[in-house]
Ligand binder design. Structure first.
Ligand code: SAH
Length: 239
């Protein structure tokens, strides 16, 4: 039997026991039809895999015994992807791929040239959870609610470095620019950034970077930027 992975609330984990409730409990018992005695890997976004055995299934929670703990991964950097909102739910794809690659947080935003202004955080979180489980991640990426471009500008100083992907930049390739432990990547919507937005980002301290000579679709740009930054920080290497 395949041993499945579940994310638990860190507050529900003690030294030898895990309580699984909520959506992950439903997934375990209703969708996957887990029974007492089954094995599971429990994750809690702390780099550890807890190998467990289900001891008791109650009405709305399962109790699991922790058999062993393996430290799988240590994070050296935290990367936030700010992505302009996209039409036809194309941010779903961006979230899924960003999580697979190892981006820690995705923050959608509305800027001048956005054709779409709505975003469902719940749906985004569900996609992130599924992607994290499917790709064997030990950290659960966060998905935030949609914010304004003004808010993106305000948050730039919180990062060691903010990389602003701009198709008119010729000089700085993103892969050479990434430095620090807490990094932001900012990618525009289908309509791109206005000149004024690019100027404001630079004034707030962002570094304007290129993803190469070709103009990529917004969703491609997000994924390429994420992969290049993770790679240049060594986050795709085996330790
Ligand atoms: N200005 C164009 C293209 C927008 S591409 C238009 O109006 O249609 C969407 C986003 O992807 C851009 O805002 C930018 O953040 C990113 N992007 C695409 N190609 C890029 C490149 N070669 N270098 C840097 N960023 C790029």
């Amino acid at each position: 039997m395949e041993i499945r992975r579940f994310f638990a609330d860190p507050n529900d984990i003690s030294s030898d026991e895990v309580i699984l409730s909520g959506d992950e409990f439903s997934h375990m018992t209703r969708v996957l039809r887990y029974k007492e005695g089954y094995k599971a890997v429990i994750l809690a976004s702390d780099g550890k895999e807890r190998h467990c055995t289900v001891q008791k299934i109650e009405k709305d929670r399962a109790l699991l015994h922790i058999d062993s703990i393996i430290q799988v991964d240590k994070k050296n950097a935290s990367i936030t992807l700010f992505a302009g909102d996209l039409k036809n739910n194309k941010l779903d794809f961006v979230i899924q791929k960003a999580v697979e690659l190892g981006i820690d947080r995705v923050v959608p935003f509305v800027s001048d040239n956005c054709a779409e202004k709505k975003f469902s955080k719940d749906r985004g979180e569900r996609i992130a959870l599924e992607a994290a489980k499917q790709c064997g991640a030990v950290y659960l990426s966060e998905v935030e609610d949609i914010i304004s471009f003004d808010e993106v500008i305000k948050r730039i100083p919180n990062f060691d470095q903010a990389l602003f992907a701009y198709e008119f930049e010729r000089k700085y390739p993103i892969s050479k620019a990434a430095k620090g432990k807490n990094i932001a990547i900012i990618v525009g919507p289908e309509g791109g950034f206005s000149k004024d937005e690019a100027r404001r980002a630079a004034e707030a301290g962002a570094k304007t970077v290129t993803l190469g000579r070709r103009i990529l679709r917004a969703e491609t740009a997000s994924i390429v930027a994420a992969a290049l930054v993770l790679n240049s920080l060594g986050e795709l290497d085996y330790e």
